[in-house]
Design a protein around this ligand. Structure first.
Ligand code: F0G
Length: 473
């Protein structure tokens, strides 16, 4: 069970200190899923068996699961009803056409190529657009996205603004592209097949990019005749930040902002497991007819027919309905309100978090938790392990382990950010769960008995963070 917070922790008084009105959800709960409460001894055993990697824990050993917001959303009754309307025809399912129409209306792109999830779309996009020796600039890397770009023979170059790498800088749009950095790449690289823009930027802490910046990126790329491919995985969350932070957008709906934002790009990859409120699915969108033709030729080889792409008809129906729900302002207010609520509790308790609080997660700054550890001793991996031990909360490392190795030199990438992500699934946990998480994180931060770090004892070749194993030093 989560331990009682020490009497001195300030969390209990935060009710009076919160600076805004409540973000209460626009739904009520119809069905519940019991979760297991474990003892400290059980957690110690489970963590050792999992090689001190939270990805390798069994979910039934987890009390509050903040590993990811990917595929972990709760669907609405309207989505569940949609599952019963699945048209499981091999070709031309009516649910595909519903999804195609929904994506066109809300994201605005001409062609929809369904895939089993986001990385399926990244694979196809990279294979049809990248030639060996190409350079792909992007506003910070994402693990699977960069993997597919490199696998196709490109070199990824980070062009995010410098603030994006500084966890303490409270700038409102730390996901912005640094236009000077981008222009340098566009004018010096041998060939840039496309610029990859992510909204929001996951590895920077769920930080948004502004409409003004996106428009400027568009103008710059248009001058150089380079297309822009959006990673639209959390673009509706990004729209909410534009609405609440960027002058001129307060009166526009998330849906309208999303349409304008996407209009500055030529296509997108999408993990339906995030914004669109489903447990599996994704797509690739393209405006160019010839490229879409190439993509359809590949999707039938790697994913499934071009009218299902690895999804069942019912999954496509649930995703079409999830998209409609995801662009509602009331949904987004509660979604991001809950994440900010947890972030505020931690800030009040003096816990070092990435500022501003991101769209899908609160990121803990592991360097400031454990200043005695070097990056080679895996401070963020260590912190994620300690959090699980304290109260059964599962988080994710987003530091040196996630960054992997340079595929040419074989050396570790040493990212400036050494973070642990507390990722909030959509519509799943309550405010009381957030209180328990804040109490546990605060207890771990204040614990005078500091861990000694970890050593990696098994390192997989690709995307090592998923399956690597560790032992305490
Ligand atoms: N792009 C971004 C920004 C993502 O966050 C993810 C997945 C993907 C692409 C790949 O999509 O998982 O459907 O294949 N992010 C998950 C996470 C895994 O936990 O952040 P996918």
């Amino acid at each position: 069970m989560p331990p009682e917070p020490a009497p001195s922790t300030p969390i209990r008084t935060t009710g009076q200190q919160l600076r805004r009105r409540s973000w209460a959800e626009p739904w009520k709960i119809k069905m519940v899923e019991p979760i297991k409460v474990t003892t400290a001894a059980q957690r110690a055993t489970a963590l050792r068996d999992a090689g001190y990697n939270t990805f390798l824990l069994r979910s039934e050993d987890v009390y509050i699961d903040l590993l990811t917001d990917s595929g972990t959303s709760a669907m609405s009754d309207w989505q569940w009803a949609g599952l019963m309307l699945g048209d499981e025809a091999y070709a031309g399912s009516k649910n595909f056409y519903h999804l195609e129409d929904t994506v066109r209306r809300h994201y605005g792109y001409k062609h929809l190529i369904p895939t089993h999830q986001g990385r399926g779309a990244e694979h196809i996009l990279s294979q049809i657009m990248i030639q060996p020796g190409d350079t792909v600039p992007g506003n910070m890397y994402f693990t699977t996205t960069r993997y597919h770009q490199e696998h196709a023979g490109a070199q990824f170059v980070d062009v995010v603004v410098d603030e994006g790498h500084d966890p303490a800088n409270p700038a409102p749009f730390k996901g912005n592209v640094d236009l000077a950095k981008l222009e340098r790449v566009l004018t010096t690289a041998k060939h840039v097949p496309y610029v990859c823009v992510a909204a929001t930027v996951n590895m920077a802490g769920g930080q948004p990019i502004s409409m003004a910046n996106m428009r400027a990126v568009r103008e710059l790329c248009a001058r150089q005749h380079v297309p822009i491919m959006l990673d639209a995985t959390r673009a509706v969350e990004n729209a909410w930040f534009i609405k609440t932070r960027e002058p001129g957008y307060a009166e526009r709906s998330c849906g309208e902002i999303l349409r304008e934002f996407c209009s500055y790009s030529d296509g997108c990859t999408m993990s339906g497991k995030k914004d669109p409120l489903v447990n599996i699915g994704g797509w690739l969108s393209l405006n160019d007819d010839q490229l879409a033709d190439k993509a359809r030729n590949m999707v039938v080889v790697y994913e499934g027919l071009h009218t299902y792409g690895g999804m069942a008809g019912r999954d496509m129906e649930a995703m079409a309905r999830g998209i409609e729900e995801s662009v509602q302002d009331d949904h987004m207010r509660a979604r991001i309100g809950q994440v900010e609520y947890l972030g505020e509790l931690l800030q009040v308790a003096g816990v070092p978090v990435v500022l501003p609080i991101g769209g899908h997660a609160v990121y803990l700054d592991a360097r400031r938790f454990y200043p005695h550890l070097t990056q080679d001793e895996f401070p963020a991996q260590t912190l994620a392990a300690e959090l699980y031990l304290d109260a059964g909360v599962r988080a994710m490392e987003r530091g040196i382990v996630s960054a992997g190795r340079d595929h040419k030199t074989g050396k570790h990438h040493y990212p400036k950010l050494e973070l642990v992500r507390l990722t909030i699934p959509r519509r799943v946990y309550t405010q009381a769960h957030m209180d328990v998480v804040a109490e546990s994180v605060t207890a771990v931060f204040q614990n005078p008995d500091k861990p000694r770090g970890l050593k990696m004892v098994y390192e997989p070749e690709n995307l090592r963070f998923f399956q690597a194993r560790f032992e305490p030093l």
